[in-house]
Design a binder for this molecule. Structure first.
Ligand SMILES: NC(=O)c1ccc[n+]([C@@H]2O[C@H](COP(=O)([O-])OP(=O)(O)OC[C@H]3O[C@@H](n4cnc5c(N)ncnc54)[C@H](O)[C@@H]3O)[C@@H](O)[C@H]2O)c1
Length: 478
């Protein structure tokens, strides 16, 4: 029986391994983590992450050929294929701080693999984490110099392209599976072994094989280009507000051009999540270290526009509400970085809420999938500190200007404004006449995701800001 171990039971390790176990019942898959709480949650009825459809996948495979454990060394030593899906955060100190990837978790995982694998054996080590180009070379050196010389370690790059919120459907029918490996016989033997695993359910034509460096760089490039699309349409949203054009109409028009395509063209308060910013910063750093400053500057602007968009939204809220939100109750609807996930890592809500708090606002946050302690943690933690094992959510100090409530009507009761920061479908179904009646007048709605029926809201009496759309006369300064 082929045995797979995966180091790191997070947003990537958990769902990807559950899918492999589901589709390959004859392969034993063990997902490992140093975080005991996380493993306990994977073994319980309340999984540590929310993804539509994930409960069903885990329930079917868990205990059959899918296991979750903290006994990392035992299962790694027994495995034929070892995935590494640990955190690769942005460095917070030293050379490259604020940009370069911190590979210390990866390196310690590699050292542990080297120490516990005994030969003779052929072990395949798979980079699942997103890593800088040439990481495979560094990892190979760690394994070679620390491991049993009768163990042959072959490294593959198999970046993960799933999107949170749609992880299960992305894993069930991926656009492509990318496997990078060395071009010699051992490399190709490893590539074939991993391709055979995916071929249980992914058509062979969609399993792309490349050299190692192309696979590593393809992941960073894919995220950079997705984020770039968002920043591009967001930059146009600012121009729309000044000119009277409507960003939704512009996006629809350009999206019908088959060369451009319609996806990822929704203007919003900004992108978030654990990957886009981190991976672009990493790309910027790699370009700088290669002496490619112009290329680095080009990609850096994608993040600058994202920061600008969040700042612009805060200014619209404060400016619209007579230049101050001091002591005003503001309902924040949605805190996750997008719908259908409880993930708050780098969510645009952080910078928006901080901007409003800095002006004295009293925030009442409602999100159907985000716990209060995560909101307080994100609003008080230092930048990039979230991306480390055992981020201390539970010990986050409570901010006096932020209340997290379990009911959207409570969040809005008596509020001066509603800020929609996540595109949860349930927000479209709210009883807006009831909300309007309960709010302080004038009652504002700042729709940072353009999901609401703005004309209907204006009919009810709301002052509405819709991102990238002609400005409500009430909000105009002239
Ligand atoms: N989240 C996404 O949507 C996504 C998508 C594609 C790629 N990625 C990449 O995948 C990697 C993992 O991302 P994630 O979102 O799953 O992170 P995560 O923080 O949710 O999970 C990483 C896990 O690794 C564990 N870990 C760290 N060091 C360990 C060690 N030495 N031994 C055992 N466990 C260890 C941590 O405790 C944590 O539970 C990152 O490189 C990320 O950039 C993420």
């Amino acid at each position: 029986m082929v045995k797979i171990a995966c180091i790191g039971a997070g947003y990537v390790g958990g769902p990807t391994m559950a899918m492999i176990a589901l589709k390959c019942p004859e392969i034993e898959v063990v997902v490992l983590d140093i975080n005991e709480d996380r493993i306990a949650a994977w073994n319980s009825d309340s999984l540590p992450i929310y993804e539509p459809g994930l409960d069903e996948v885990v329930q079917e495979a868990r205990g059959r050929n899918l296991f979750f454990s903290t006994d990392v060394t035992k299962h790694v030593s027994e495995a034929d294929i070892i995935f590494v899906s640990v955190n690769t955060p942005t460095k917070t100190s030293g050379i490259g701080a604020g940009k370069a990837a911190d590979l210390s978790y990866w390196e310690s995982a590699a050292r542990m693999i080297a120490q516990c694998c005994k030969g003779p054996a052929f072990k395949i080590v798979v980079e699942k984490s997103t890593v800088p180009v040439k990481t495979a070379e560094a990892i190979s050196k760690v394994l070679r110099t620390n491991g049993d010389s009768s163990v042959h370690f072959e490294i593959l790059s198999n970046p993960e392209f799933l999107a949170e919120g749609t992880a299960v459907s992305d894993l069930t029918a991926p656009d492509r599976v990318l496997i990078g490996g060395k071009e010699d016989a051992d490399g190709q033997r490893a590539v074939k072994a991993l391709a055979d695993v995916y071929a249980h359910w992914v058509p062979r034509a969609q399993i792309l094989t490349t050299n190692l460096w192309s696979a590593e760089l393809a992941k960073l490039t894919a995220n950079a280009m997705l984020a770039q699309r968002i920043s591009s349409v967001n930059s146009i949203s600012a121009l729309c507000e000044e000119t009277g054009a409507d960003v939704s109409e512009v996006a629809r028009s350009i999206g019908m051009d088959s060369r451009i395509g319609s996806k990822f063209l929704n203007a919003s308060v900004g992108f978030g999540g654990s990957c886009f910013q981190k991976d672009i910063l990493n790309l910027v750093y790699i370009c700088e270290t290669q002496g490619l400053q112009k290329v680095a500057d080009y990609w850096r602007m994608v993040i600058d526009i994202n920061d600008y968009q969040k700042q612009r939204y805060v200014e619209r809220v404060i400016g619209g509400m007579f230049n101050t939100v001091s002591n005003k109750k503001i309902a924040v609807l949605g805190f996750a970085f997008k719908k259908d996930t409880g993930d708050t890592r780098e969510t645009p809500a952080i910078d928006v809420c901080r901007g409003l708090i800095a002006d004295g606002a009293k925030l009442f946050v409602y999100d159907p999938k985000v716990e209060a302690q995560h909101v307080h943690y994100e609003l008080s933690a230092a930048k990039f500190s979230w991306d480390h094992p055992k981020a201390p959510y539970a010990s986050a100090s409570r901010l006096s200007s932020v209340s997290v409530v379990k009911d959207p009507y409570e969040a809005c009761d008596g509020a001066h404004a509603i800020c929609v920061l996540t595109e949860w479908d349930e927000f479209k179904q709210l009883d807006f006449p009831r909300l309007y009646a309960s709010m302080t007048k004038p009652a504002f709605i700042f729709d940072g995701r353009n999901i609401l029926d703005h004309a209907a809201l204006r009919e009810m009496g709301f002052v509405v800001y819709a991102l990238g759309k002609p400005l409500d006369p009430f909000l105009r300064k002239d």
